[in-house]
Design a protein around this ligand. Structure first.
Ligand code: 5GP
Length: 203
């Protein structure tokens, strides 16, 4: 039987480079998978249905809530976002480590359901670097950038609720990805994760 995989919750401000770091981790460690969330927000240029999100209507979202289809869900910026339950449960049971890239309200729901999950907050080295990164992407208007920065400022104290903070420094994506891997290694060495080994002393 496969040992159950770990659930890993990743949060952090828009512009922290979460997607790039996770891409690096998935490329180098095949035992990790990312859950694809459902959302009622409209796709942005470049978003692919089924890859970035499952883009669904509000009616479908509410019907999936009623059928207990989500592990967690939250309203963020007037849109619903939720983690499909079935995919996560199946992958964990098959021994994969499953990554959820979600915001803090959802993370708190997961903390109640999965006390053994690992909570990681990813951030650039400073608020100033975050501002520079969002502006240099040049993909959003100054108004949108200002809005994202205001949200980042408001949400920063939530980082203290997480188990680990990973600083994604410019040009050090590989290092940040390996630090996620190291967090999972460390969790797997904790006594509670190895009760079965200790139990053999009393058989
Ligand atoms: P965006 O619209 O920029 O893609 O995402 C907005 C926020 O929603 C981000 O903080 C993202 O991590 C979060 N998010 C994405 N999927 C989920 C989900 O399934 N559940 C929750 N609670 N948050 C999510």
């Amino acid at each position: 039987m496969n040992k159950e995989g770990k659930l890993i919750v990743i949060s952090g401000p828009s512009g922290a480079g979460k997607g790039t770091v996770l891409g690096e981790l998935l490329d180098s460690h095949e035992e990790f998978v990312c859950s694809v969330s459902a959302t009622t927000r409209a796709p942005r240029p470049g978003d692919v249905d089924g890859v970035n999100y499952f883009f669904i209507s509000k009616e479908d979202f509410v019907s999936q809530i009623e059928q207990n289809g989500f592990l967690e869900y939250a309203v963020y910026n007037n849109n619903f976002y939720g983690t499909p339950r079935k995919f996560v449960e199946e992958k964990l049971a098959s021994g994969k480590n499953v990554i959820l890239e979600i915001e803090v309200q959802g993370a708190l729901q997961i903390k109640k359901l999965f006390p053994g999950a690992i909570f990681i907050f990813i951030t650039p080295e400073s608020f100033e670097v975050l501002s520079q990164r969002l502006r240099s992407r040049g993909t959003e208007s100054e108004e949108v950038v200002e809005k994202r920065l205001a949200i980042a400022k408001k949400e920063a104290p939530n980082a203290l609720l997480y188990d680990y903070i990973i600083v994604n420094r410019q040009g050090e994506i590989k290092k940040a990805a390996e630090e996620i891997y190291a967090c999972v290694l460390a969790e797997n060495l904790k006594p509670l994760a190895n009760r079965d080994v200790i139990a053999t002393y009393f058989e």
